[in-house]
Design a protein around this ligand. Structure first.
Ligand code: NI
Length: 226
């Protein structure tokens, strides 16, 4: 499931972040690339321990903790500290799959990457090209979102970033381990959660809402892992 999560950050948060990101020192993006992707990755990144990356990463994680759409869709267990990348003219990232397991730098913790996320810090009018192109079982999807919006997609997907031909594309990217590993099961739970909330709103006190909520939680008991 590919899901757009609008307005993860406010325009003020995006503007503040942009000032800090534009002033930061960027390094070659191959520092976090795996064996295959190192050959196709051409961009820049903030070092993981960069104070701007850590500060803005906390802003993003804090916003996500309070975002009902994100929580319902991702059922997050562990979220990797957000990283930041920048593509200027001629830079791109060829087709690859993200590494399945990632160690959180400086800690003994490893996470399984179930979902990948890209949060845009530049608007579509600021650069040409730079689309995130994701292949899933339903076809090929080209994604370019307003600043402050985020896309969530299964980490199992092949994906690439098309070359930027004008301006610069600045984004945050990270991975998360979900309580529900399987994308199909997670999508069913999200559909059910959405339907339950609609019933609760449109027909308050309908007894089926309680029953369906019970089914939802019992499915999480069956499928969830901590
Ligand atoms: Ni990737």
């Amino acid at each position: 499931m590919l899901l757009q999560i609008p307005d993860v950050l406010t325009p003020e948060q995006v503007a503040g972040a942009r000032r800090r990101l534009d002033a930061a020192d960027w390094v070659d993006g191959r520092v976090t690339a795996g064996h295959q992707s190192v050959q196709v990755k051409h961009n820049r990144q903030l070092p993981e321990n960069h104070e701007v990356a850590q500060g803005l990463g906390d802003v993003i994680l804090d916003a996500l903790r309070r975002n009902p759409l994100f929580l319902a869709a991702a059922l997050p267990l562990h979220v990797f500290p957000p990283l930041f990348n920048r593509y200027e003219r001629g830079e791109s990232f060829g087709n690859h799959v993200d590494n399945a397991i990632r160690q959180i730098t400086g800690t003994p913790h490893r996470i399984r990457t179930d979902l990948s996320a890209t949060l845009f810090f530049t608007g579509p009018d600021e650069y040409d090209g730079g689309e995130l192109v994701v292949e899933d079982t339903y076809g090929v999807h080209s994604v370019k979102l307003p600043a402050g919006h985020m896309i969530l997609y299964p980490s199992t997907s092949l994906h690439h970033v098309r070359p930027v031909t004008r301006g610069a594309r600045v984004a945050s990217f990270f991975w998360l381990q979900s309580m529900v590993r399987d994308d199909g099961r997670r999508a069913l739970l999200f559909d059910m959660d959405t339907a339950i909330q609609r019933i609760a709103r449109d027909v308050p006190d309908h007894p089926s809402a309680v029953q369906l909520t019970g089914v939802y939680h019992n499915l999480i008991r069956q499928w969830g892992e901590l």
